[in-house]
Write a protein that binds this ligand. Sequence first.
Ligand code: PHE
Length: 353
Amino acid sequence: MSITEQLHQQRDAALTQIASAGDLATLESVRVAYLGKKGSLTAVLRGLGSLPPEERPLAGKVSNEVRVALEAALEARRAELSSVALKARIGAEALDVTLPGRSRPVGSRHLIEQIRAEVVDVFLGLGYQIAEGPEVELDYYNFTALNTPPDHPARSLQDTFYVRDLSGERSDIAGESDVLLRTHTSPVQVRVMESQKPPIYALAPGKVYRRDIADPSHLPQFTQIEGLVVDEGITFADLKGTLDHACKAIFGPDRRTRFRPHFFPFTEPSAEVDVSCGICAGSGCRFCKGTGWLEILGCGMVDPNVFGYVGIDPERYSGFAFGMGVERIAALKYDLPDLRVLLEGDMRFLRQF
Ligand code: PHE
């Protein structure tokens, strides 16, 4: 085969490979195979010097033409492949701004939180201020300073979660403890009166704990909202007016309230407040057990003995206090037959509110 034929054969083979190269890397390897330092065309060009002198001009011309042709073909294919690669990248990165956005479900406050906020709003509107106390409380605040002596049945192990020092480092509370989970929000009354001077208009929402087994009407952890007013000339009429207003604001203007005598160690006189049943409007139904009334809170005039613990002069000041259960309000407002749904986190129930 003449050198010209060899060169043309190489050219044709190279052109076929260039045309069929599917990407830039393959194309580059074709270039190296023919035109690289150790490429086959390069080898032919190097061998030109050993040809007989009369063959050299033609061989030189043809090999040069072949090299130029291959370089042009390589360049053209390279341009083609790069634009394909660019288009593919742009296609892959394309943003369709006309697509509808992905919507996230909007959360909402838990029913207990909603009611707590509603009640807080009512009292903020009356000028009350929010107060707080610890959930892990001292026996002194939960009982003693609330006029609840050590032998009072409310202190029973059956009602109260005591916090005991299991490390044994504190011998003073070994066996029995003066630290407990507060059983009501009333200890916040004592803390407020210890740290503030009258006039006091305070509201203390918070979690409380009792050793109850959860059932339709009991929860071992629930939420109370405590109210405390201490000022000059506060009477039971102020208590009644305030709570009647609050009940109408919470349950609706057509609800009525009634006060029943009751006992709490830290108020005297004490009362329980019922609100008229929303289902039968007071005529009696299954929900209100035929009475027409639903119990919703405990209250009373601050016992002078409690003032004694915090150094407030009972001759000058008087006050009232109340405590309402938020879960109970939720149950009454929305006719919930079982309080446990409020703690279970079942979205099918919670989404309704
Ligand atoms: N702390 C009482 C309870 O949990 C409620 C209450 C609060 C009663 C304030 C009177 C005054 O039952």
